[in-house]
Design a protein around this ligand. Structure first.
Ligand code: PA5
Length: 444
């Protein structure tokens, strides 16, 4: 079970900050659970850890087992919510060096999450001479970045295995009924998995979107779902002792008190992509109508030697949320050195975990003294169950928090602006007038 520690928050807030938020939270809780608030049609993720499609879950396990047996590499094509969750879970539960350290199953490469020719060519080089499969993930099926990448990797697979052979190595995760990718998958006969209508991209990691690549990397997706389910049951109970209520209340009260940035900090390098996933979750859910805490992330202790300066003494705009794993997976003991040139013999025989723990405790106090409120979230271990719980915790809290802010936490209208300009500049039919206007501005 997760433990939320808000003892370093109260001193930055007026008395009664919790109780003042209770009515808003009660309403937000009903909106999230009942799907009755703005964007309520996208709350299909709320009961997902209990009410998922068992038949599809079984097919995911089978497809993952096939990929693990017939592929040395898996190319996962997707962007935003169709990418970040899988990468976050795979790396957090294995390593940020997964492709170097994994012992069996495929290396996992991500493509279609940008438009860099160099990055694409690198993945092509890495997979072209080994047996590989592709999981293309796009709810709409029309997102430019993954659609372009899929053209390229589909052609590569067909060149290598023939059309029929390629068919058995392409897994498409998309809308159940609509869209270009669904049409193509049906026409070509790819195995398909569903992005449920009622689940938006950034809330989709516990659907086939995340689960297929995660299972292909050897992660126990049953345990991941169990952890999420336990958290779901806990957070369904309304009240100020609900940890998601407390987290949402704290960040909202701190926002009202003038804070503008929330930094998610972890002490494990493997946790870095969880921070990327979390940034999308909160940034896309809350950053609208000129409102919202800007979500940032750091990796400690590495970033204490860079961003640590700003956090300690820069603009006093931020709050910090630290995620800590209670039990370490491995241990290293610091050796004694009779010469003690570095003066570190006071640490001889101590574990590195002990040093890291003191670094974390000292950092929290230093940042609090520097005017940065601290929220500490402790997960029992860096394992499937804890991570499933963490994912669900942040999703639920994000829904509550969005409603406290009086925005729709489930839409993302702002992401269309860049797409429209890009389509116009690329000469997409129908965008002629916009193209002329943009080019005039760019040339002036
Ligand atoms: O959260 C979101 O909705 C976005 O990040 C989408 O997931 C992202 O734009 C990819 O969309 P699609 O899955 O339709 O290709």
């Amino acid at each position: 079970m997760l433990n939320l520690d808000l003892s370093n928050v109260a001193q930055f807030l007026p008395g009664g900050w919790r109780t003042g938020q209770e009515p808003g939270l009660r309403k937000a809780h009903d909106y999230v659970l009942g799907g009755t608030g703005a964007g309520g049609e996208y709350t299909g993720w709320v009961r997902l850890p209990a009410d998922y499609d068992r038949e599809e879950f079984d097919r995911i396990q089978k497809a993952a087992a096939k990929i693990r047996s017939d592929s040395k590499a898996l190319v996962v094509i997707g962007i935003g919510g169709s990418y970040l969750g899988a990468r976050a879970v795979i790396e957090t539960l294995t390593s940020n060096n997964y492709n170097l350290t994994h012992k069996d199953g495929p290396a996992v490469y991500f493509a279609g999450n940008g438009l860099s020719a160099d990055a694409m060519n690198e993945v092509i080089e890495l997979v072209k001479d080994v047996d590989f499969s592709v999981n293309v993930i796009s709810k709409s099926g029309t997102t430019t970045e993954p659609a372009v990448a899929f053209r390229i990797f589909k052609a590569l697979l067909e060149e290598k295995y023939g059309k029929e052979g390629a068919k058995g190595r392409i897994y498409a995760t998309t809308d159940a009924k609509r869209g270009a990718l669904k049409g193509l998958a049906d026409k070509e006969g790819y195995e398909t998995f569903v992005v449920p209508d009622a689940v938006g991209g950034r809330y989709s990691v516990l659907t086939a979107v995340g689960l297929l690549p995660i299972a292909a990397a050897g992660v126990d997706i049953d345990a991941l779902m169990s952890g999420a389910r336990e958290e779901m049951e806990l957070l369904a109970k309304p009240g100020m002792d609900n940890p998601a209520w407390q987290y949402a209340a704290a960040r909202h009260a701190l926002y009202d008190a003038g804070k503008r940035i929330e930094i998610l900090a972890g002490y494990e390098p493997s946790f870095r992509f969880f921070g990327e996933w979390w940034k999308q979750l909160f940034g896309e859910s809350e950053g609208k109508q000129g409102k919202g805490l800007f979500p940032a992330s750091v990796e400690f202790t590495a970033d204490l030697h860079s961003m640590g300066q700003y956090i300690q003494q820069g603009e006093r705009l931020m709050i910090e949320t630290v995620v800590r794993f209670d039990t370490a997976r491995s241990k290293i003991t610091i050796p004694d050195d009779p010469e003690n040139v570095d003066g570190l013999n006071f640490l001889s025989g101590r574990s590195l975990g002990f040093v890291a723990e003191q670094a974390m405790r000292g950092t929290i106090l230093a940042h609090v003294d520097g005017g940065v409120p601290n929220i500490l979230l402790t997960a029992p271990a860096r394992d499937e169950r804890s991570l499933g719980g963490l994912i669900y915790f942040f999703e639920f809290a994000c829904g509550l928090s969005g409603y406290l802010l009086e925005v729709n936490p489930f839409d993302q209208p702002g992401v269309e602006a860049y797409k429209n300009n890009m389509y116009a500049l690329l000469g997409k039919p129908g965008y002629e007038a916009q193209k002329a206007a943009l080019e005039k501005r760019l040339d002036s």
